[in-house]
Design a protein around this ligand. Structure first.
Ligand SMILES: Cc1cc2nc3c(=O)[nH]c(=O)nc-3n(C[C@H](O)[C@H](O)[C@H](O)COP(=O)(O)OP(=O)(O)OC[C@H]3O[C@@H](n4cnc5c(N)ncnc54)[C@H](O)[C@@H]3O)c2cc1C
Length: 350
């Protein structure tokens, strides 16, 4: 059978692509080797239209957020699972000075996702300087979404659970050929696995390692994400995720005692309640030097495309970018210039 698309990778990027292809009635096959510590399976899964540090709106949040909500809701219906939960969020101030600085900043750059500052905090939290409520936040439970999509693909017979061997892709004929499969196009969505990809060498990645803890807290804040440098995210019952750390220099993707110690220190500063650590996970984010995604095709062969560089904001961006990439490939609709894979990249400076 001739396919419309081969997709390499079933992280958040590959899953959003699969959902988009299903919507469009395309014939496709996903190839993914499973990794428990892929960025997508480790991720907190927070969808947040605000940069917590300075209360600015996240880049194009107005564009990404409505489509993310709509798409994840559609995926919930389609897959018969629940994994998208809207939450409240409080960004706690560390000092009166910080609160005043952020108030002035908001006066100059109003942000509709930031509510009126409030004095009181939920019980169990340390802090005397109040907090900013943040709207539009949701928790995407990737440990439910990804396996559910995987099971769907497996049942439909359109999943190859193996490592994609780059030297086996033949591009000479009118159709791409990979083993027994012929396809019009291929989209690479391998996250950090792209380092093995000969069609997209030397991309401007600045991978970041992230670590987080899973906690149990009796009487902790319900339905509210607490943000104070790191995020405390309620994930159901008395369980929470707390993180994540950022490291640019790292040797491997394994959890470290240093990250655990740092997160525990931050927890002591945040909580008056006792907590129990139930897990620690680590993963590598596919971050780009200018913190924007990488989409597009190989200049010499437009049948070969990439969907990568989701960095630390994959959950809010993936559905809209999957749609945009398909519109680009199928309808020749231009991609945003900020995401073009062959753009000139400057270092991130905010
Ligand atoms: C600790 C941590 C916390 C995070 N928290 C958040 C958050 O709260 N909100 C948010 O939006 N983002 C968060 N992120 C970032 C988010 O996880 C990423 O943006 C996103 O998951 C990247 O998805 P991806 O599909 O591009 O890559 P990946 O998740 O790496 O998926 C790539 C997939 O491709 C497969 N693959 C690679 N090469 C091959 C090959 N040759 N053959 C077959 N399969 C292959 C891999 O096994 C994997 O399954 C966090 C990341 C970390 C590490």
């Amino acid at each position: 059978m001739t396919l419309d698309y081969l997709i390499v990778g079933q992280g958040l990027a590959g899953t959003a692509l699969a959902a988009e292809l299903l919507k469009r009635g395309k014939k496709f096959m996903v190839i993914d080797r499973f990794r428990m510590n892929s960025s997508s399976l480790v991720a907190t899964g927070l969808i947040n239209p605000v940069i917590a540090r300075n209360l600015n709106m996240y880049w194009k949040a107005d564009y990404f957020l409505p489509h993310a909500e709509k798409s994840f809701r559609q995926m919930e219906k389609f897959l018969g699972e629940s994994f998208y939960t809207p939450l409240d969020m409080l960004r706690i101030f560390r000092s009166d000075e910080e609160r005043e600085k952020l108030r002035q900043r908001l006066e100059k750059h109003p942000n509709p996702y930031v509510g009126r500052f409030r004095e009181e905090l939920p019980p169990g939290l340390k802090g005397r300087h109040g907090a900013a409520p943040i709207r539009g936040v949701a928790y995407l439970e990737l440990k439910t979404l990804l396996p559910a999509m995987r099971q769907y693909l497996r049942n439909a017979g359109i999943l190859l659970e193996e490592y994609f061997q780059y030297d086996k892709l033949l591009c000479e004929g009118p159709l791409l050929q990979y083993g027994l499969w012929e396809s019009e196009r291929i989209i690479f969505a391998e996250g950090p696995g792209v380092l093995d990809n000969p069609w997209f060498p030397d991309l401007p990645f600045a991978f970041t390692k992230g670590e987080l803890l899973t906690l149990e807290i009796e009487g902790g804040p319900q339905n509210t994400v607490i943000s104070k440098g790191h995020n405390l995210v309620p994930i159901g019952g008395n369980r929470y995720k707390f993180g994540a750390t950022y490291a640019w220099d790292f040797e491997d993707a394994r959890p470290t005692p240093e990250a655990r110690a740092l997160l525990e220190e931050r927890l002591q500063e945040l909580l008056t309640l006792p907590y129990a650590i139930r897990g620690q996970e680590a993963g590598i984010r596919p971050t780009v030097r200018d913190r924007k995604p990488l989409l597009g095709t190989v200049s010499s062969d437009p049948r070969i495309a990439i969907f990568n560089g989701l960095g630390s904001h994959g959950a809010i961006m993936a559905p809209a970018l999957a749609r945009d990439l398909m519109d680009y490939l199928e309808k020749d609709k231009a991609l945003m210039k900020e995401v073009l894979v062959h753009r000139q990249i400057k270092a991130h400076n905010s």
